[in-house]
Design a protein around this ligand. Structure first.
Ligand code: PLP
Length: 374
């Protein structure tokens, strides 16, 4: 049996997205910058996709810049913030995605901006009192705090963070790569400068995402050499990918409450089964409905002789899971997030992540194998 429980790393594509992309790939081959009929057809696909996404997120379509990944969009938020908005301080946490952490570190190393890490609690949630202090001290800073942590699922209260940012004259970027398509975000209600998206996290294609940038901001591109994306990101547009992204978001946003309910049930069932079958198991991050991302479950396992090869053995049994962030090779024990929340070094952690395609049968199989291996 093949069991895919690594949906925070990436998701299988939805058939509706595949159909849409196939149609565009076959029929719309023009360069969206060309002025002839085929070019105009491609331009229409790109602009229609932008409009649909803007409608879903309740923002202006010109506030969206298509990128080649969530990583690129995070890079843009930080680099453009520092290059173009005069930002000298970045307030972030030690458990952000590396797209944010490594970029902030580079900007700090080059003397362009100074990093300040906000304290986090045992769940990995930003300490808002400390954030308030840092924001007051470093007025005009860029606060970069993710909506949901990709390894442990803990959600930050992005509305409260936005309020702190605004009260202190700070900019606010939130990495929403793990939450777009999983919750409905309303960007008129959330006062934010930048959010980031990656299509492959919600059954869309890999290699396409976007940066939302608030219309009040004047920034320059980091990829230069063409006037695409309203001069915000040079390079011929990935028309097929952009169409797939818009389709994936449309599908994901339809009946989202039903999806949340279904996937939450699967996750809870997984938790109950684990607790009844494996003694000493516990969970990293916030697993409550309000405080944790319903697609992610980070399991902390008691010490065992098999710990170091657990992921490999799960894989041998057809189960795809992850030791943390897929972007970090999946090796158990090297996760900066687990270090950040002081996960005991003698326990191993495995991230199981779910999607609308996850089934009870998959959970039963995975739990039985895991119990056998422990
Ligand atoms: N940010 C978060 C929170 C993620 O989980 C990921 C992917 O793992 C990224 C950014 C990077 O997105 P992409 O895979 O599109 O580069």
């Amino acid at each position: 049996m093949q069991v895919y429980l690594d949906n925070a790393a990436t998701t299988p594509m939805d058939n509706q997205v595949i159909d849409k992309m196939t149609e565009v790939m076959r029929d719309v081959y023009g360069n969206a910058s060309a002025i002839h009929a085929q070019g105009r057809k491609a331009r229409a696909v790109v602009e229609m996709a932008r409009k649909e996404i803007a409608k879903i997120l309740n923002c202006e379509s010109f506030e969206l810049v298509f990128t080649g990944s969530g990583t690129e969009a995070d890079n843009m938020a930080l680099r453009c913030g520092v290059n173009d908005l005069g930002i000298k301080h970045i307030i972030t946490s030690t458990i952000e995605h590396k797209a944010v952490l490594d970029t902030a570190k580079e900007l700090d190393d080059k003397g362009l901006a100074e990093i300040h890490y906000v304290k986090i609690d045992v769940f990995g949630r930003a300490d808002l009192n400390h954030l308030q202090e840092l924001s007051a001290k470093y007025e005009g800073a860029l606060i970069s705090l993710m909506h949901a942590n990709n390894e442990i699922g803990t959600l930050n209260d992005i509305h409260a963070i936005s309020k702190i940012a605004r009260e202190n004259g700070c900019y606010f970027h939130t990495d929403t790569v793990q939450t777009i398509g999983h919750y409905n975000l309303d960007l008129k209600a959330l006062d934010v400068d930048f959010i980031t998206c990656s299509a492959h996290k919600f059954h869309g294609p890999k290699g396409v995402g976007f940066l939302y940038k608030n219309k009040a901001l004047k920034i320059k591109p980091i990829v230069t050499g063409g006037s695409q994306e309203s001069k915000m990101r040079a390079g011929t547009e990935n028309v097929t990918g952009i169409a797939g992204l818009a389709k994936a978001l449309e599908v994901a946003s339809r009946n989202i409450e039903v999806k949340i309910d279904t996937v939450t049930r699967i996750k809870k069932y997984f938790m109950e089964q684990l607790q009844s079958k494996i003694e000493g198991v516990c969970f990293n991050g916030d697993t409550s409905d309000a405080g944790g991302l319903y697609t992610v479950l980070n399991v902390s396992l008691p010490p065992s002789d098999n710990a170091s090869t657990l992921l490999f053995q799960l894989d041998m049994n057809g189960i795809c899971a992850s030791g943390g962030s897929a972007c970090n090779s999946g090796a158990i024990g090297d996760s900066h997030v687990l270090v950040g929340i002081n996960h005991p070094a003698n326990r191993s952690a495995v991230r199981f992540s779910f999607s609308k395609f996850s089934s009870k049968a998959e959970v039963d199989y995975a739990i039985a194998k895991l119990a056998e291996l422990m």
